[in-house]
Design a protein around this ligand. Structure first.
Ligand code: ZN
Length: 439
């Protein structure tokens, strides 16, 4: 009898000591937000090793008002609960300004109403998107051309720039509290592609201004590149030495180089152009070498002909300039060497960053006299022309790129164009009559 009583007592002590535990649950918030915009997603995680969780609550307090975001009770023992919350302050009728986010988790302990863990975070609610204003509207966008947009924002926006379809061109801060974005329209983009200015504030509120809904088509010249067997053998052999996985058959190997390696090269150039100096390094028109023949223009629709048959088609993404063999290659403007070396189909190549997303590229060189990281001035000798890579003969392949997108170099040699850009960047152009407004 006594033994039985002792057993009950022991069981009671055990129950009380476990159910009477005093360890509070743990609580966490991910991400550690302090600013709420129009749409917010965060995750609350609560756990309790002792008696388990009994309830979880999340609320926002603003003045005397409390808005409940979550309130759950758990009839079954739960050691861990993770909840993703999507908060729209407008739907909850929260006001802009400060508030307090409060989380609370209770466990099933018999102590009081359970052990309580709470987490309080001062927050600020900002549901006003930035107001974007166009200060300089460029000419309508056209395939294969670069444009510059100058704009301003009513508040600081950490993320902004131009979207050409899915392509993103980052904007940068320029003097006089203005923002500037160079953007490019790819040669083959459909003409119904929208061009949009987008700005996002710290709270994630976004504004968009449509700049154009149609893109001017470019008249593209079709040209034929006749390849004879000696040419094909010479070029293919050079690439086969570098890449033993290329097919033995010269035509097959050529097609692989002209398609796959071309694409791979362009992807690499794109990657190299993703980061650019946040300020303009160039000034004045870009330098065009003297005494050269333009043997191929930008955007040519090139058909490769072998033994009387068109075997491939590719777009020419630069201008070919030929003069004497091993002619000097000079930097077209001030900039930084971001690449100097072997670059796929372009052979020995130099890539210069001129700042604000503007780049120039020099291909098929026979020798390179500069190094990556080096600053060069307009006219600095970069090396000598040659026929390395996929080249029919000694010439310079010259390209201009905007954030990795090839554009026609012609306007960049023209002082009228570079003057317009420089005056716009300085803020010397009158603002457009029709002001852009955000929506
Ligand atoms: Zn070329």
């Amino acid at each position: 009898m006594l033994g039985f009583l002792l057993l009950i007592l022991a069981a009671g002590v055990f129950l009380i000591s476990t159910r009477w535990e005093g360890r509070a649950p743990s609580l966490s918030l991910e991400p550690n937000l302090s600013l709420l915009g129009r749409t917010n997603t965060f995750q609350i995680t609560a756990s309790d090793e002792g008696t388990g969780l009994k309830s979880l609550r999340a609320e926002i307090r603003q003045g005397k008002r409390t808005v409940e975001l979550l309130h759950e009770s758990y009839p079954e023992v739960r050691r861990r609960v993770s909840k993703t919350l999507h908060i729209d302050p407008r739907a909850l009728h929260l006001q802009e300004g400060p508030g307090l986010l409060r989380l609370e988790a209770r466990d099933r302990s018999w102590r009081g109403e359970g052990n309580i863990a709470s987490l309080e975070r001062p927050i600020r609610i900002d549901i006003t998107p930035p107001s974007l204003r166009i200060l300089f509207r460029p000419p309508p966008p056209a395939q294969g051309e670069a444009r510059l947009l100058i704009y301003s924002s009513s508040e600081e926006i950490p993320r902004h720039g131009i979207l050409v379809g899915d392509l993103r061109f980052p904007g940068r801060s320029i003097p006089k509290k203005r923002l500037a974005a160079f953007f490019a329209v790819p040669l083959r983009i459909p003409s119904a592609t929208p061009v949009v200015l987008q700005g996002e504030d710290e709270a994630g509120n976004r504004s968009r201004v449509t700049l154009a809904t149609t893109i001017h088509r470019r008249n593209r010249r079709r040209t034929h590149l006749w390849m004879d067997p000696p040419f094909l053998l010479r070029v293919v052999r050079e690439f086969q030495e570098q890449d033993p996985s290329l097919p033995d058959d010269p035509l097959e190997a050529f097609l692989k180089i002209n398609r796959d390696l071309r694409e791979k090269t362009h992807r690499r150039v794109w990657e190299l152009c993703r980061n650019s100096e946040p300020r303009k390094l160039w000034s004045g028109p870009f330098l065009r070498p003297k005494g050269v023949r333009e043997t191929s223009t930008f955007g040519e629709d090139r058909v490769f002909v072998f033994q009387g048959k068109g075997v491939d088609q590719q777009d020419h993404m630069g201008v070919d300039l030929a003069s004497i063999v091993n002619a000097p290659v000079r930097a077209s403007n001030r900039g930084r060497v971001v690449f100097a070396g072997e670059m796929g189909i372009y052979g020995q190549t130099v890539l210069l960053d001129h700042g604000l997303g503007v780049f120039s590229m020099y291909g098929h060189m026979s020798r390179i006299d500069v190094e990556t990281g080096q600053m060069v001035d307009r006219g600095t000798l970069l090396g000598r022309t040659g026929s390395t890579g996929l080249a029919t003969g000694d010439h310079l392949h010259f390209s201009i790129l905007i954030s990795g997108v090839f554009v026609d170099p012609q306007p960049w040699w023209n002082p009228t164009w570079t003057d317009l850009l420089e005056r716009s960047l300085k803020g010397e152009n009158p603002p457009p009559k029709a002001q852009g407004s955000s929506h």
